[in-house]
Design a protein around this ligand. Structure first.
Ligand code: TXA
Ligand code: MG
Length: 310
């Protein structure tokens, strides 16, 4: 990807003034602000209509920068070396003298941190003197944005600037692991759990029950296109959009597929944009065909299940 330095400069200038800027990442777009600034973090909560008790995830260029704010252990280093920059978020202990805004953490003593891989955002992070608080760039509880046009659609002129970076290559949010004690997974995401398990060579406790809210943002309704969704549907009802993993013949206008040949990575990349497309076509509800619960299919099913709690 060709990097436009003038655009990065523009984003940098706004962020230096505690303004918010949308940034591309390989998972989904983020709504970014200076993580050391209360003013910037307050703006993020306001724009997203996000409950104040749901802490913000913070993005760093590398672990040298992170060292100023968090303590980390060997498990972290193992995963960092293998997967970062990439689609994994770590819950770590904050250092007492960390400069992270207490608005961002909601005064929690832990911090969710990530090292995004997208070259535009890496370039931006490298040019800044602070890390970026950046939750997904969507209105709270709605579908995440995987393209600058999605961000524009959700926020219009309310955001000062959207740094463009094409379509997010993974299309699902990062996997969240808590490494402070026994490794615990808080959110399925763009990095498969089985791969993390293999690297750590340890059991990973799952804590992704929507009713148990270990990550505040993992509460019930989430990722919602704003219309009802039914799962594992074999026979659709009149007027429903039918969402399928792979192309079916004969194709009908109300059939939407996530991948030509049923590739789950491609399906992940297309999930949110297809849900947005269905909504825009004014369908009143969505029926989803069975999606294999393996690989990224597990994350796709997790998101659809949450979106179905409409
Ligand atoms: O891929 C991603 O992670 C994207 C891109 C933009 O980086 N970001 C993202 O942010 O998905 P958000 O805010 O939509 O989801 C982050 C999740 C939320 O569910 C939040 O509750 C949780 O991380 N979280 C933040 N701080 C936490 C903490 N200290 N302990 C546990 N969970 C935390
Ligand atoms: Mg989100």
């Amino acid at each position: 990807m060709k990097i436009n330095l003038a655009n990065i400069k523009k984003a940098q200038k706004l962020l230096n003034k505690s303004e918010c800027v949308a940034i591309p990442t390989e998972t989904v777009y983020g709504l970014a602000g200076n993580a050391y600034s209360d003013v910037a973090c307050k703006k993020i909560f306001r724009l997203k209509k996000r409950p104040r008790n749901n802490p913000l995830i913070v993005h760093y260029y590398n672990n040298l920068d992170l060292k100023k704010d968090c303590n980390f252990n060997n498990k972290f280093l193992k995963l960092y070396e293998k997967f970062c920059p990439g689609p994994i978020t770590f819950i770590l202990d904050l250092k007492r003298n960390s400069k992270i805004s207490k608005i961002a953490t909601n005064k929690k003593k832990t911090l969710a941190v990530r090292f995004p891989k997208h070259p535009v955002t890496r370039n931006l992070l490298r040019s800044l003197k602070f890390p970026l608080a950046a939750p997904s760039a969507n209105i709270s509880s709605k579908i995440s944005a995987v393209h600058s046009t999605d961000v524009k659609e959700d926020f219009g002129k309310k955001i000062k600037y959207i740094l463009k970076g094409g379509k997010s290559s993974i299309g699902l949010e990062s996997t969240i692991v808590d490494l402070r004690n026994k490794p615990k997974i808080l959110r399925l995401g763009g990095l498969e759990l089985s791969i993390i398990r293999k690297t750590l060579n340890k059991k990973i406790v799952k804590s992704i029950n929507p009713s148990k809210v270990s990550s505040p943002g993992q509460s019930k309704l989430h990722y919602s296109p704003g219309i009802p969704i039914r799962l594992n549907v074999k026979k659709i009802k009149d007027g429903e959009a039918y969402l399928m993993l792979k192309k079916k013949k004969p194709n009908k206008v109300n059939y939407f597929f996530l991948s030509n040949k049923g590739n789950l990575n491609e399906a992940a990349k297309n999930l949110y944009s297809t849900l947005r497309k269905i909504k825009k076509n004014n369908y009143k509800s969505i029926a989803v065909d069975k999606i294999p619960n393996k690989g990224l299919g597990k994350t796709i099913n997790d998101r659809l299940l949450r979106a179905s709690k409409f």
